[in-house]
Design a protein around this ligand. Structure first.
Ligand code: NAD
Length: 396
């Protein structure tokens, strides 16, 4: 069938298998071009199908020849209906990993559930024995607690007062004022329950209790800080409360891993267009201005460049880990550079529907958004008939 993008707000309902495969191939080529990384050899990636998790899986497999197990939650293709991008990405990743002689298996299901944890532990036990790196890269709006069955919904709200600022509809370029009402009731606790550290800790406890973590095993979860411009809705908002909890959990996990010489880290990554970030008000406008400045300065990175640098210059460079005062890895260092932030703040003041195409990188934002779903990818013929039915090799 001919597959075209069908968008609804910040969601795209279709995905293109050839475009998704090309994205994966391009990321693999990037990692290979940077040379080998002396990194972990047996890797579990939780949230492995898109964004930073996919980039982590690719960096481990093609940078360090690692065996990888990926856990993700995506929609398979059915006749006449495309699968979700993460599904096609995973099929493409496995295809190319297997071609390169690498072990790669994937589990599609709810990582928050006991059932998927059990399945993953059994797979590690049978196939790898132990893992030496666990990447935790989930981004989800909901979580059903495995013990109580309570379904929590996260919200993206400021805390303490109404937040008003500019935002952009990145499809049209319309810059408007939005006001977001503050969190109320259980909003903060619910968001922490979904995006905080409890589930990460559950995974690590389960892995450790069944002796599935190798001596010296490392685990890394991803966080975000960002500038004062987005602070009210991000870092000091409900999602920020969840990130505070996630970051605190790194210390709890590190304590629990002491007996095996293991360590938990949080890496603070750069703001990037992913399915998760397009849903956050104000962030798309910030990203389109940030992209413009970082590209002009020659320091723009996507997920794969970020994670390749995280691996090669921080996690596996053989030197003492460079951490900030709160014990976090900062791979958002270029985003947060003073000169970058000063210029973004200046542009923010004047940004309007009339000038955003000039002063911001709306085109870059929009392209990245479509790329997430395999559209507008260089080298792909979108007029060609494509089979929407793709299988993930390890699932058959
Ligand atoms: P993403 O939406 O691209 O990826 C999320 C992944 O989680 C996907 O593989 C998806 O399948 C998986 N997933 C979601 N719910 C699941 C579930 N219930 N069970 C199993 N898998 C599930 O998101 P992303 O932007 O790459 O975010 C990953 C992490 O990086 C998040 O913690 C996010 O806060 C953080 N981060 C993102 C940015 C950014 O700008 N995008 C910046 C810094 C940090």
């Amino acid at each position: 069938m001919i597959i075209e993008p069908r968008t609804r707000g910040f969601i795209c309902l279709t995905a293109h298998p050839t475009g998704c495969e090309q994205n994966v191939v391009d990321q693999i080529a990037y990692v290979k071009s940077k040379g080998k990384i002396n990194g972990a050899k047996k890797v579990l990636v939780i949230g492995s199908s898109t964004g930073f998790g996919l980039a982590s899986r690719i960096s481990s497999a093609f940078g360090s020849d690692a065996s990888t197990i990926g856990v993700f939650f995506d929609k398979p293709s059915t006749p006449g209906r495309t699968g979700s991008a993460g599904y096609y990405n995973t099929a493409a990743f496995e295809k190319h990993a297997h071609k390169a002689g690498l072990y790669a298996k994937s589990i599609n299901g709810d990582a928050f559930s006991n059932e998927i944890k059990r399945k993953t532990l059994d797979m590690i036990k049978e196939d790898l024995g132990q893992v030496d790196l666990v990447i935790y890269s989930l981004a989800s709006p909901v979580r059903t607690h495995p013990d109580t069955g309570t379904r929590y919904k996260s919200v993206l709200k400021p805390i303490g007062g109404v937040f008003s600022n500019k935002t952009v509809d990145f499809h049209t370029g319309d810059v408007t004022e939005i006001s977001i009402n503050p969190a109320e009731g259980d909003d903060i606790a619910n968001t922490v329950a979904v995006m905080g550290g409890e589930d990460w800790k559950m995974w690590m406890d389960a892995l450790k209790s069944e002796n599935l973590l190798a001596e010296g095993a490392t685990t890394v979860a991803y966080s975000y800080i960002g500038p004062s411009l987005t602070e009210a809705v991000y870092r000091k908002g409900t999602i920020g409360a969840a990130k505070d909890d996630l970051e605190a959990t790194a210390f709890t996990i590190s304590d629990a891993l002491k007996s095996i010489g293991g360590k938990a880290y949080v890496s603070v990554n750069k703001a990037l267009v992913t399915q998760a970030s397009s849903a956050i008000p104000v962030i798309p406008l910030y990203i389109s201005l940030l992209y413009k400045i970082m590209k002009a300065k020659g320091i723009h990175e996507g997920c794969i460049e970020q994670i390749q640098r995280l691996y090669s210059e921080r996690l596996f460079n053989g030197k003492e880990m460079l951490l900030d005062d709160n014990g976090r890895i900062r791979i958002d260092d270029w985003e947060m550079r003073e000169d970058v932030q000063e210029e973004v703040a200046k542009l923010w003041e004047t940004a309007s529907t009339e000038n955003l195409f000039d002063i911001g990188d709306l085109e870059g934002y929009s392209n990245d958004f479509f790329n997430l779903f395999g559209f507008k990818v260089d080298g792909v013929d979108y007029n060609a008939d494509v089979n929407e039915m793709v299988e993930i090799p390890s699932e058959n």
